[in-house]
Design a protein. Structure first.
Length: 255
């Protein structure tokens, strides 16, 4: 496959963004306003990627109705996965903590939550949040034109989410080396998702690829709505609103 090299290369870049975020959490704490602004900026870029790259391409390939159904299907799949990851109070608290920490907020974690449970819950959440974006990126790379807005949104989003995810793991007593290793492993899994998204779907017919893009776009919209916007806006809404629009404008210029 001619695009395998670029797919692997961008998969490595996706993986590195999680390592960068976890490394940042190990050595510094961003001011709440800065973390909220960066998180919302990344969300704005992702919104632009969905609106200006993924959905138009899906519409061109699969048509109006398959695109609409795909968007709804992707949203429902992600919402279902998020519901499962938040199926009890302990897991729900951990998931909220990670998203809040990425946006500069600090929530309380139940002291009964073990370090192992924290690591498992966080790992599962990062994979569920990151796979739709990674698959969508793989599809754009396989088509020969990487979606720059999507790539930028993924890199910013992965970095800030890894920053938030590393904090409760370290607070639970795990070493910084363990935390970096865990998030590097998750990054590798998302890199594989990028490669598979392009390698397995690129040879399919146009309608199938367009539908897959729509499903990925719907899931990304759900990620933004559940994991980014509520936590960032609860911190400093005026700054966050501005950062979100700036992110969207940046994504528009990149698309």
């Amino acid at each position: 496959m001619s695009n395998l090299g670029p797919l692997v290369g961008w998969g490595v870049v996706v993986a590195a963004s999680l390592v960068a975020g976890s490394g940042a959490a190990a050595v510094l704490r961003l001011p709440a306003r800065v973390a909220a602004a960066v998180t919302s900026f990344g969300g704005g870029v992702l919104l632009a990627a969905v609106a200006l790259e993924l959905v138009p391409d899906a519409h061109e390939r699969a048509g109006r109705w398959l695109t609409a159904v795909g968007l709804l299907a992707g949203t429902l799949v992600y919402v279902g996965a998020d519901t499962w990851l938040s199926r009890n109070e302990e897991l729900r608290s951990m998931r909220r903590f990670v998203h809040a920490a990425a946006a500069g907020r600090q929530l309380e974690i139940s002291p009964r939550t073990s370090g192992v449970a924290r690591g498992e819950a966080i790992a599962a959440g990062l994979v569920v949040d990151g796979v739709p974006e990674s698959i969508a990126l793989g599809l754009t790379v396989a088509e020969g034109e990487i979606g720059l807005a999507l790539l930028a949104g993924i890199l910013v989003g992965n970095t800030v989410e890894a920053y938030g995810a590393a904090q409760p793991i370290i607070a639970g007593g795990r070493s910084k080396r363990f935390t970096l290793g865990l998030l590097a492993g998750i990054g590798a899994a998302l890199g594989v998702a990028t490669v598979l998204g392009g390698a397995l779907l690129s040879k399919a017919n146009e309608a199938f690829v367009g539908s897959a893009e729509a499903i990925a776009a719907g899931a990304v919209l759900a990620v933004i709505s559940i994991s980014i916007v509520p936590y960032a806006f609860s911190e400093v809404s005026r700054l966050v609103a501005t950062a979100t629009v700036l992110g969207f404008v940046g994504g528009y210029l990149l698309s």
